[in-house]
Design a protein around this ligand. Structure first.
Ligand code: COI
Length: 332
């Protein structure tokens, strides 16, 4: 049995080696390169491929894989929004993801960023760097006084709720699917609009779909409380960045923590050498603001998560090859 692992980073390699040692019957080949037109041939003799990338998995590449008889694809991440769904269905691919490598990693980071926003730490870091050690006027707000609106109560949303509760925040939530435990507690509101109207903090944990692209747009912001805080550790496409900038300029949004950005592919996880060389003026506009925390899609990036992404994806791919099935199969 042969598995080819694409896009393996240096920090993933030790976990891949561990997995390989524990599964000596599997021949594992790995490359740091992503799966695209130039590398797809590496999979020619494989029974399955294990991948992670933010760049699209195009129909062209998927058709080529299928022509080599490689139909088992295991993602090392959760999101499946960069896969050409038509090509998946037409070729009968079996695709797995890792739905829960560490929901807590993302939840912990989201709340960390919220606390940084509420306590004005970016402002104080800047002031201190300039020798200004005064308090005023940057008096903080307390989370225990606030209502947090959680948009989507999947694993990550639920992990975030647990932490928000520890801070004593009031929680409300919106989701099409109601979690039975949370339902019993009566935290759900009926519409996104109700969530917007009642939340001091909006914590977004939805996957990206065609339907929710730019769901946070001018109209949505206009329905929110004045001075709302926006947290997006989910997907950049959920937020209309221009509308967010307008809402920040108007003071409608008091602060935002963005671990994702709609044009992040090819920009995040890249070293440009200096701030000036970052090739995206709109992103730089956000990065320069004291009340906006932009991070390069690092909420997931913990040792536990990276370990689980590699191990769970390799296990799932092996299971697909051996049994034609996996408990991590994604429906397209
Ligand atoms: C995902 O798992 O879909 C993520 O967003 C994290 C990714 C950057 C590895």
């Amino acid at each position: 049995m042969k598995i080819v692992a694409y896009g393996i980073r240096a920090d993933e390699k030790p976990y891949l080696n561990e997995w390989s040692k524990a599964n000596p019957e599997v021949t594992v080949t790995s490359t740091g390169k992503l799966l695209d037109e130039t590398t797809v041939d590496l999979a020619k003799e494989a029974d399955g491929v294990v991948v992670y990338q933010q760049k699209p998995y195009t129909a062209n590449v998927l058709n080529k894989l299928a022509s080599y008889g490689v139909k088992n694809i295991s993602l090392r991440n959760v999101g499946v929004d960069n896969i050409d769904a038509t090509a998946v269905k037409q070729n009968g691919f079996k695709i797995t993801n890792v739905p829960a490598y560490s929901p807590q990693a993302i939840a912990e980071f989201t709340v960390t960023e919220l606390m940084r926003l509420l306590r004005n730490t970016k402002t104080f870091d800047r002031k201190i760097a300039n020798g200004d050690l005064r308090w005023a006027p940057d008096v903080a707000e307390e989370l225990n006084q606030m209502t947090v609106g959680v948009f989507a109560t999947g694993r990550i949303g639920r992990a975030a709720i647990q932490i928000y509760r520890g801070f004593g925040a009031k929680i409300i939530a919106y989701d099409v699917f109601h979690n039975p435990e949370l339902e019993k507690e009566g935290i759900y509101v009926d519409t996104p609009e109700e969530l917007y109207a009642k939340s001091d903090v909006l914590s977004i944990h939805a996957p990206a779909t065609k339907e929710n692209e730019h769901m946070l747009n001018d109209e949505a912001f206009s329905k929110m409380k004045d001075g709302v805080y926006i947290l997006n550790p989910a997907r950049g496409t959920l937020v209309d960045t221009d509308a967010l900038i307008r809402a920040l300029d108007a003071g409608k949004v008091k602060g935002a923590a963005l671990d994702v950005y709609e044009d992040e592919v090819g920009v995040f996880n890249t070293d440009f050498g200096s701030f000036d060389k970052i090739p995206d003026e709109r992103l730089k506009n956000l990065l320069k603001r004291d009340n906006v925390l932009v991070t390069p899609h690092i909420a997931f990036y913990t040792k536990k998560a990276v370990h689980n992404m590699v191990w769970f994806a390799m296990d799932a791919n092996k299971s697909l090859i051996e049994t034609g099935n996996s408990d991590k199969l994604v429906k397209f």
